[in-house]
Design a protein around this ligand. Structure first.
Ligand code: GTP
Ligand code: MG
Length: 646
């Protein structure tokens, strides 16, 4: 399937899931089974389903053909180049291309000077005044080209001013900038570009992230520590004419790594089409190059895609099918589609499945309790048929006794609930944003006073250590809470014959791993950059620090949300059942009392209960059908094992 077809299939699936969840939501509301928290939860799930984006990032040393590949993969239908692509350095700043209906086609650029202000790109996204915006006419290729060329704009400034913005100035080694005779260096004019470009794939939620070559990559920690790690797929591009150079290798190691959704592209294979050798020989040579790249990067050859972006683009524009096949672009397209969308589907399905099905399960348990109570009452009342007044009085006494015993038993439940609240509070004190903020404040102060690199790194190390300690302490809390609730579920279930699904498992392992990845990414990147900088490490250090701190914040934020959801999922079913059993006992007592007082006829009451019974059975069937629909939609497509995505 092509990317466009995969996108269509994904959207069909997503609309189906959204529709099923909406049905579940209204069904729960109709049956009075939806509390406000659960309602909010379902709303959020639906919001998440409609808003989701898919980010594909292109990373490489300069001039490997990133921009050309983007043009060939996504924009060939425009009949020419959309992104500028030329020899030497072309793209000077990270460039995000996306589209939302109703926008005007334009390019918004963030001046490089904003680096000195300490605000992150993420923060500045919400500040339109910080950006310079240039609209273009998406129907006119010249208008598009003229506006998009701005991503390549540079400016000259004194070396120390450039250093104050976090650029490395040196002898040109490892991408450091070299000052000219007047002491000026050339730096990118913009820090980040956001292009709004009307396009069907972009409208479906695709976001393309083009990046500049090495030195500009490394100098924007937010790109490398935040944008790239969160991309759904990263394409790393090599060129057949250069092979894997030292800088390619360091970009690969520092910024791409080998997460599951990483694809390696060996571009410019047309350089080998010399017109003299037979195709078989050329193919063999491409095969050898692919193998050698695989060996050096440590990836299987099946993840390496030899292509010619330029010929692929040309072939698409001129409709030359033979050339397109020869460019091998279609295979890359397929691989991208196959890895990207199923992976995305699994992530979305995973999150959605757990939450929506859990809520449905809670409702099912409540209905089951109601049904069991109706059954029991029918039995109880049927026994009273033809019995005298004293037997009825005896039954009233028995139900009353049961109700009192139950209410006494609830004391234990209230005690557990209060311990639960205390433990939850402790959990949030470890996981809380306030704690994290105070760690960050301390680390920031230490960094300000630090004068040498090891001190800087140590201060960051302390922040990571503090964050880890908090996750560990939270994990211990989680185990304690889980044990207690497990016992409570079991006890309650046994005592009242109520069937409760086992409480959901929860752990912070994934968050812990995020933290570890951030830590090692930071160490690698910060370490190699600091070696480059001879003086004025302040701006860069500050940028690194703020990026890391905000990523840790994000991790904790997620952990908090997960924990909140988990605690609710632990307590809500129990709470619901406690109330339900209480209500049922009250009903039973009321109805035998009324029969005793001859206010109601026994037969009428039995008839009523039987109607309720069949209504509950019908509702349970409806719910089961809804659950089955959701489960089927959320199961991975047949024949394909679930993908693990980055
Ligand atoms: N022969 C050949 N040249 C290519 C191919 N792909 C790109 N190029 C050329 O390589 C040069 C660099 O391409 P770009 O797309 O600008 O490379 P980039 O990776 O975006 O480079 P920066 O933006 O500078 O980081 C341009 O002159 C392209 O025309 C290809 O498949 N074959
Ligand atoms: Mg480029």
């Amino acid at each position: 399937m092509t990317l466009a077809q995969q996108f269509d299939a994904y959207h069909l699936w997503r609309n189906n899931v959204t529709h099923l969840i909406a049905r579940l939501q209204s069904w729960l509301a109709d049956g009075d089974l939806l509390d406000s928290q659960a309602d909010q939860r379902l709303r959020r799930i639906r919001g998440r389903l409609t808003e989701d984006k898919l980010v594909v990032a292109f990373v490489a040393e300069f001039s490997r053909g990133k921009s050309e590949l983007i043009n060939a993969l996504f924009f060939a239908d425009r009949g020419g180049r959309v992104l500028p692509s030329s020899a030497g350095r072309t793209t000077m700043c990270p460039t995000e291309i996306s589209w939302e209906k109703g926008q005007l086609p334009n390019i918004a650029l963030l001046p490089i000077e904003t680096r000195a202000e300490g605000a992150s790109i993420a923060e500045l996204r919400g500040v339109p005044e910080a950006w310079q915006s240039f609209p273009f006419d998406a129907q006119l290729p010249e208008s598009i080209a003229a506006s998009l060329r701005r991503v390549g704009e540079v400016k000259r400034m004194p070396a120390d001013a450039a250093q104050a913005l976090g650029f490395a100035v040196g002898d040109g080694a490892e991408g450091s900038l070299v000052a000219d005779a007047e002491g000026l260096v050339e730096i990118p004019r913009w820090r980040h570009a956001m292009i709004s470009f009307p396009h069907p794939l972009l409208e479906q939620g695709l976001v393309v992230l083009d990046t500049p070559g090495l030195n500009a990559i490394g100098a924007e920690p937010e790109l490398t520590l935040s944008l790239l790690p969160s991309a759904h797929a990263v394409l790393f591009i090599l060129a057949a004419d250069t092979g894997v150079t030292q800088t390619d290798l360091s970009i690969w190691r520092d910024h791409v790594g080998n997460g599951p959704a990483r694809l390696v592209v060996l571009n410019k294979i047309d350089g080998l089409w010399d017109g003299l050798r037979p195709n078989s020989e050329i193919d063999a040579e491409i095969g050898r190059q692919v193998e050698s790249c695989g060996r050096i990067l440590g990836v299987p050859v099946s993840s390496i895609f030899p292509v010619s972006a330029q010929k692929g683009l040309l072939a698409k524009i001129t409709g030359d099918r033979a050339l397109l096949a020869k460019s091998r672009l279609p295979r890359l397209e397929e691989a991208l589609a196959e890895r990207l969308l199923p992976a995305k589907r699994d992530i979305v399905a995973g999150g959605t499945a757990a939450e929506a099905l859990h809520l449905a399960g809670e409702a099912r348990q409540l209905l089951a309790t109601r049904l069991a109570a109706a059954d029991e009452q029918i039995g109880e009342l049927t026994e009273l048929r033809g019995k005298n007044e004293s037997v009825v009085a005896h039954t009233v006494g028995r139900v009353k006794g049961e109700k009192e015993t139950y209410e006494r038993g609830l004391r234990e439940y209230y005690a557990v609930r209060s311990v639960f609240s205390q433990l939850s509070e402790t959990l949030f004190s470890h996981l809380g944003m306030e704690t994290l903020r105070s760690h960050a404040r301390r680390a920031r102060d230490t960094m300000r006073q630090a004068r040498f690199t090891p001190q800087l790194v140590a201060a960051m190390g302390e922040l990571f250590a503090a964050a880890r300690d908090n996750l560990d302490a939270s994990e211990r809390n989680i185990v304690e809470i889980a044990d207690m609730m497990h016992a409570m579920h079991e006890k309650f279930g046994k005592a009242y014959g109520v069937v409760l699904d086992p409480p959901p498992a929860f752990s912070l392992v994934a968050r812990r791993r995020q933290l570890d990845e951030l830590d090692s990414g930071f160490r690698r990147q910060f370490g190699s950059l600091l070696n480059l900088l001879t003086r004025d490490k302040r701006t860069l250090t500050q940028q690194f620090f703020e990026t890391v701190a905000s990523q840790i914040r994000k991790t904790f934020d997620h952990a908090n949300r997960d924990a909140e959801y988990w605690l609710r999922a632990l307590m809500a079913p129990l709470e619901g059942q406690v109330r339900e059993v209480q209500r049922q006992l009250k009903h039973r007592l009321d109805s035998v009392r009324r029969i005793h007082e001859a206010a109601d006829s026994l037969e009428d009451r039995i008839e009523e209960l039987m109607q309720e019974q069949s209504l509950l059975n019908a509702r349970l069937n409806e719910l089961e059908e809804l659950e089955a629909g959701l489960e089927a939609a959320l199961r991975p497509p047949q024949g394909k094992p679930p993908t693990t995505a980055a």
